[in-house]
Design a binder for this molecule. Sequence first.
Ligand SMILES: Cc1cc2nc3c(=O)[nH]c(=O)nc-3n(C[C@H](O)[C@H](O)[C@H](O)COP(=O)(O)OP(=O)(O)OC[C@H]3O[C@@H](n4cnc5c(N)ncnc54)[C@H](O)[C@@H]3O)c2cc1C
Length: 187
Amino acid sequence: MADTDVIVVGGGPAGLSAALFASKNGLDAVAFDTDKTWMHKAHLFNYLGIRSMDGDVFLDRAREQATADHGVTLHEETEVTAIEQDADGFVVTADGEDHTAAYLVLATGANRDLAEELGCAFTDEDVVDVDVTMETSVADAYATGAMVRAEEWQAVISAGDGAAAALNILTKEKGEHYHDFDTPADV
Ligand SMILES: Cc1cc2nc3c(=O)[nH]c(=O)nc-3n(C[C@H](O)[C@H](O)[C@H](O)COP(=O)(O)OP(=O)(O)OC[C@H]3O[C@@H](n4cnc5c(N)ncnc54)[C@H](O)[C@@H]3O)c2cc1C
């Protein structure tokens, strides 16, 4: 039995989005991040719904939304150094400790080393090969954001990739297509 449902490696837009969607919809989600996200260099004018926002402000809000609002466990300044697959899912090593999960979401930006070590297939462009749900050639392991594209690197695309991965995991867990639709009367 794994420690948690979903482990996310990376806390940029892709990783935080995946973790948020998973945790908001009832899965235990644990994320690890070394805070080297390109968002520290960005100022957003092109993220739909956000007219102008510094990348650092975006990150603060995204982290708060994922953790305080939706229950993600975020290990900041914590590097994942190894990942293996076993009969129960994935064993992720960080700070010398092993953490286990049924599902894995990789969101490590332009660094694709962990995906390579895990044995994920790569495309001719040397990026991680995924289908439209962001699942890699390794079952139940997903790759999202900059690591699956040679170009077209944009925050909004990474956030969408993370959401797609989490919704596919939720679909597998619930046994039917899962939609995260909120229609509250009071907002
Ligand atoms: C100068 C510059 C300006 C930009 N301006 C814009 C812009 O105006 N608008 C826009 O939409 N996009 C912009 N971008 C692109 C945008 O920043 C990226 O598309 C986006 O950050 C990619 O998100 P991601 O989650 O895929 O990866 P990243 O944001 O790179 O996040 C990956 C995270 O994973 C962590 N990580 C990596 N390996 C490990 C590990 N082993 N263990 C734990 N954590 C790990 C990293 O530290 C990092 O925090 C800009 C990029 C740059 C370089």
